[in-house]
Design a protein around this ligand. Structure first.
Ligand code: CA
Ligand code: CA
Length: 191
């Protein structure tokens, strides 16, 4: 198991591969992108053994502890969360907790979900402006886009990651939107 602390150390050692650079999200994944991550896996991780145990459709993602499953059919946030949760114990909507993880999820969505905006498992429905994960935790990392969250229109209480159709500086940043808008999503499962 690669801990967040270990990944952070790895990122410090390999800063160019981990630096959060939104401009790097503007096009196709380059040679340094996480999709073809050059970082070496932790020596203690048995990728093959983990793969044999993974629920159907979950892919190994270089640099990530979790395996991810792309879900292209758009649904509401509640439907997306339920779809992930019934895959296996521990499966849930993917939520980046640091800049490298955010870049990795955006590049995965670019490659697997046609660059669409995707759901993030966050809501401020219980108390306006008090953003929590669907489990009620305060998120560790929230790279909102400029001016977001803005609770626009009749109120926006759920969150998405912006995609390739958005302006390059915005890609990979987060926005609040209505919870019943349709979005594809990525499920994460950690052994
Ligand atoms: Ca709101
Ligand atoms: Ca918004």
């Amino acid at each position: 198991m690669v801990t967040s602390r270990a990944l952070l150390s790895l990122c410090v050692a390999l800063a160019p591969a981990c630096a959060f650079d939104p401009s790097g999200l503007s096009g196709e994944p380059g040679p340094d992108a996480p999709a073809v991550d050059q970082r070496q896996p932790d020596a203690g991780v048995d990728v093959d053994a983990r793969g044999a145990e993974a629920p159907a459709g979950y892919q190994v993602v270089p640099g990530q502890d979790a395996r991810w499953r792309p879900a292209l059919a758009p649904g509401t946030l509640a439907a997306a969360a339920a779809d992930c949760a019934d895959d296996a114990p521990g499966a849930a909507l993917a939520l980046p907790v640091d800049p490298p993880g955010n870049v990795a999820l955006r590049l995965f969505a670019n490659a697997q979900l046609a660059g669409e905006r995707i759901w993030l498992p966050l809501t401020d429905a219980a108390k306006e402006g008090d953003w929590r994960t669907l489990d009620g935790e305060v998120p560790a990392f929230t790279p909102w886009d400029d001016g977001e969250p803005n609770d626009a229109l009749d109120g926006e209480d759920c969150a998405e990651m912006l995609g390739l159709a958005d302006h390059p500086p915005q890609r990979g940043r987060w926005n609040d939107l209505g919870c019943d808008e349709p979005r594809p999503y990525v499920c994460a499962w950690t052994p």
